[in-house]
Design a binder for this molecule. Structure first.
Ligand code: GLN
Length: 528
C-alpha cells in the first residue's frame, strides 16, 4: 500500500550498496496516467519533487537523492502516461514498422528500455527500481510484467524485494503474516518470486513469524528482513545492515565488494538521536488536511532540509505545521508565532490561505523572527514588504489579483502565453538555473560563493518595475539571474532583521543529510 515505505526501502537499499563501493541509481515507476506529478494535487499525491533537469517527479525521487547524495534525472522517472505516450508516438512515427502494437509486449519493452537507459546514463552498476502501487491492482500489472521479463532474460542479474506490511491489531496484540502470504501468492501469479521480503511493521518481526513467512512464501528464512517503524528514516539503512542485507544481496548477485562504510551516516543518526537543544520551527502552509487526517508529505523536502540544518548545529527540530487560514479568521492568533524560533513559508499556488501567509510574514518581519520564504513564500514576502513598508496598499501578485495597481509579482511573459494556450503540463520555469549573488549580502556569505545553481518551479516572478522602489525602502536584491533580469533572492540587511530571506527557487530540493543547504543552515543558526 502507499506509504508503507517502499521509497525509503529503495533509497536505503541503494545506500547500503553504495556503502559497499558500487555506483547506484534508482528509478521510480508511478502507475498513474498522469505524464508527471506536476499536475497532481499535493494533498493527493504529496510533494512534487523537481529534478536538476526540470522533471516534476514523485517525492520518492527526493528520497533517492537525499539518501544516495546523487542527482536523479528525468530518465529515472516514469509513469504509465509517459510510457504510453512514447509507445503511441513511436507507433505514429512508424517505428514499429507496421506491426500490430499491443499493451503486451510493447509497453513492458518500453519500460525495460527506459530502465536500461537510466542505468546507462548514470553509469550505475546497480539500479534499484521501485514499482509503485500495490501487488494485485490493475494499474501496475504491465510494470510487473516488465520486471518478470527482465528476470527471465537475466536471472542472475535481477532480484526482487517485496515490501509488505504486517499489521499488529491492537485487540489481538499479535503480528499477522496472512496478508503478506496472500500478497506473495498474488505476486507469484504474475510470475514473480520474491528473493527478499521486507517486513514493515510497528515492531521487529520475530523468529516464529519469519519461519511462517519463509515456509508459506517460499523464501529462505534469512531473507525475511525485519523493517520496524523508526523515528528517523535515516536509521533504516543501518537497520537493514543489522540484518546483513547488503551482504545477502551481493551474494545473490554474485558481486564481490569491500567492507561497508557507513560511518558518516552512523554519526549523523547518532547526532539526530542525541541532540538535546530544541529548536521550534513553524511551517506556515496549507496542504496539510485530508478529511480527518493531517499530512506533512506535501512539504517533505522542506522538513528534511530543516532537520539537516538542525542536526548540523546539534539541535533537535520541533516542527509545527500551521494552517495559514487561521490567521485570516483571527489575527489575534498571530501572537502565537512568537513561540517559534524561526518560520518558513514554503511554495504554493492559488489564493486559499494567502492573506494569512502575508500576515504571518509581516509578523515575522516586525518581530524579528528568523524567516525563510520559499518560492511563493518569497513572492508573498515581496507583497508584504510592498504593502507595509513601501505603502503600496493594494500590492499583490497577479496570481491573486490580476487587477492590482501594484503588481509587484507578475506572470513571466512566456508563461502567460502557455496559460493562454492551456498548456499546463511541465511548462513552468523548471529545474536548475544559475543565480549570481550580490557582494556583502547574507546569502552570499552563507553560500560562500558568487554563483549558484538552484531548482525552480514557478510561473510568476518579481516585477522589475518595482525594483527601485522596493530597494529604496530597504529591500536587498541579493541574487539575480546572470543577465540581472530575474530577481531570485530578496533579503533584509542584518542591521534590520536577524534573518529574513526569500528565494524564488526551492533550496529544499538540493539539501542532503550529509550536505545541509547553506540557507537552511543560516536559518537554524539565526534561530539558535
Ligand atoms: N504560485 C507561484 C508561481 O507560480 C509560486 C510557485 C511555487 O511556490 N512553487 O510563481
Amino acid at each position: 500500500m502507499s506509504g508503507v515505505g517502499k521509497g525509503i526501502a529503495t533509497a536505503s537499499i541503494g545506500k547500503i550498496l553504495q556503502s559497499r563501493g558500487f555506483r547506484v541509481t534508482a528509478v521510480k515507476i508511478d502507475p498513474y496516467l498522469n505524464v508527471d506529478a506536476g499536475t497532481m494535487n499535493p494533498v493527493e499525491h504529496g510533494e512534487v519533487f523537481v529534478t536538476e533537469d526540470g522533471d516534476e517527479t514523485d517525492q520518492d525521487v527526493g528520497n533517492y537523492e537525499r539518501f544516495l547524495n546523487v542527482n536523479i534525472y528525468r530518465d529515472n522517472y516514469m509513469t504509465t502516461g509517459r510510457v504510453y505516450q512514447t509507445v503511441i508516438n513511436k507507433e505514429r512515427n512508424l517505428d514499429y514498422g507496421g506491426k500490430c502494437v499491443e499493451a503486451v509486449p510493447h509497453i513492458p519493452l518500453e519500460v525495460i528500455r527506459r530502465i536500461k537507459r537510466a542505468a546507462e546514463k548514470t553509469k550505475a552498476e546497480v539500479t534499484i527500481i521501485e514499482v509503485g502501487g500495490t501487488v494485485g491492482e490493475y494499474q501496475n500489472v504491465l510494470f510487473l510484467e516488465a520486471a518478470r521479463m527482465m528476470h527471465l532474460k537475466n536471472p542472475s542479474d535481477v532480484l526482487f524485494v517485496f515490501v509488505s506490511y504486517l499489521p499488529i491489531p491492537s485487540k489481538i496484540g499479535e503480528m499477522k503474516t496472512k496478508p503478506t502470504q496472500m500478497a506473495v501468492k498474488e505476486l507469484n501469479s504474475v510470475g514473480i518470486q520474491p528473493d527478499f521480503i521486507l517486513c514493515r511493521a510497528e515492531r521487529p518481526i520475530d523468529g516464529p513469524r519469519k519461519e511462517k513467512i519463509a515456509m508459506f512464501c517460499n523464501v529462505n528464512k534469512e531473507d525475511i528482513i525485519s523493517a520496524p517503524d523508526v523515528n528517523n528514516v535515516y536509521d533504516v539503512p543501518l537497520n537493514f545492515e543489522k540484518e546483513r542485507l547488503s551482504e545477502k544481496i551481493l551474494k545473490k548477485l554474485n558481486l564481490k565488494a569491500p567492507k561497508k562504510d557507513l560511518n558518516d551516516w552512523r554519526k549523523l543518526v547518532a547526532v539526530s538521536q542525541k541532540a538535546k537543544k530544541e529548536i521550534k520551527i513553524g511551517i506556515i502552509g496549507k496542504y496539510f488536511e485530508t478529511g480527518d487526517f493531517i499530512l506533512s508529505d506535501s512539504y517533505i523536502s522542506v522538513i528534511e532540509s530543516i532537520k539537516y540544518g538542525c542536526w548540523r548545529h546539534k539541535c533537535r527540530p520541533i516542527i509545527s505545521w500551521i494552517n495559514s487560514d487561521i490567521y485570516e479568521k483571527d489575527k489575534n492568533k498571530l501572537k502565537e508565532l512568537s513561540d517559534y524560533d524561526c518560520l518558513v513559508v514554503p511554495g504554493g499556488f492559488g489564493s486559499r490561505g494567502i492573506e494569512g501567509k502575508i500576515s504571518a510574514i509581516q509578523y515575522a518581519r516586525e518581530n524579528k523572527i528568523p524567516f525563510l520564504g520559499l518560492c511563493y513564500g518569497m513572492q508573498l514576502a515581496t507583497v508584504e514588504f510592498a504593502r507595509h513598508v513601501c505603502g503600496l496598499g493594494d500590492a499583490n501578485t497577479t496570481e491573486i489579483n490580476p487587477a492590482t495597481k501594484n503588481p509587484v509579482i507578475h506572470i513571466m511573459p512566456e508563461q502567460a502565453e502557455k496559460l493562454a494556450k492551456k498548456q499546463y503540463g511541465n511548462t513552468m520555469r523548471l529545474g536548475a538555473y544559475p543565480c549570481v549573488l550580490k557582494k556583502g549580502t547574507l546569502s552570499r556569505a552563507l553560500y560562500g560563493k558568487n554563483k549558484i545553481f538552484e531548482r525552480h518551479r514557478h510561473r510568476y516572478e518579481f516585477n522589475n518595475n518595482f525594483r527601485e522602489r522596493l530597494e529604496a525602502s530597504g529591500l536587498v536584491i541579493a541574487g539575480a539571474s546572470p543577465d540581472n533580469k530575474l530577481v531570485e533572492i530578496i533579503e533584509l540587511p542584518k542591521s534590520v532583521h536577524p534573518f529574513f530571506v526569500g528565494v524564488q527557487f526551492h533550496p529544499e530540493f538540493k539539501s542532503r543529510p550529509l550536505l545541509p543547504h547553506p540557507l537552511f543552515l543560516g536559518l537554524i543558526e539565526a534561530a539558535i
